[in-house]
Design a protein around this ligand. Sequence first.
Ligand code: SF4
Length: 233
Amino acid sequence: MNNTKRLEIFHRFHASNPEPKTELAYSSPFELLIAVLLSAQATDVSVNKATKELYKVANTPSQVLDLQLDGVVKYIRTIGLFNTKARNVIATCQILCDEHNGEVPDQRDALERLPGVGRKTANVVLNTAFRQLTMAVDTHIFRVSNRTGLAPAKTVLGVEKALLRFVPRDYLLDAHHWLILHGRYVCVARTPKCPECPINDLCDYKNKSRIGKNGKLESGLLRQNRGSEASSG
Ligand code: SF4
């Protein structure tokens, strides 16, 4: 994919959604950090449901510490891996209180030292709460970057670096949110909604889905597999 196409892709994302936002509910860097930490292998909807009640009683590190482990578990037990996540939340709050005056640090090294916080979570917090030019790559962004040809790479870190290099600078701050939303609702994993995709003409994916004779969306991969079966049989 060339840079003219890349620019046009983000131009269109921006035109249709000038201020993209995370779907996680939060009102402070701390609330965002905990929400992202809880969101691993869980939907944003399930995290928001849990944090809505949790943050009513505790939305600072010291208040969460006051709840203790059992108290945190009570609020997040509807989320996958809640036991491990609750332990990480408590340990993270302890470090925030002991080493950062109860504040969320705005440096990658310090964030990645927090239990349960990896590179992706640190990137989300740096980008969304502190408006730094970082790129968190989740499963949706990894897929979209490779399918479209926007920033192809074999590894998550490779895609992160390619996006940082290829996304036009004016759009870098919001690129993470646009790409997540695009992957979540249009360029979905199994059968991407290519016929209604706003960047269809710019996308390099070879197996675009299309509307079949029966009027239903037909996966390009399935079509291709059928073709190769027919030619080999
Ligand atoms: S055309 Fe299809 S594969 Fe390409 S970005 Fe759009 S939905 Fe994804």
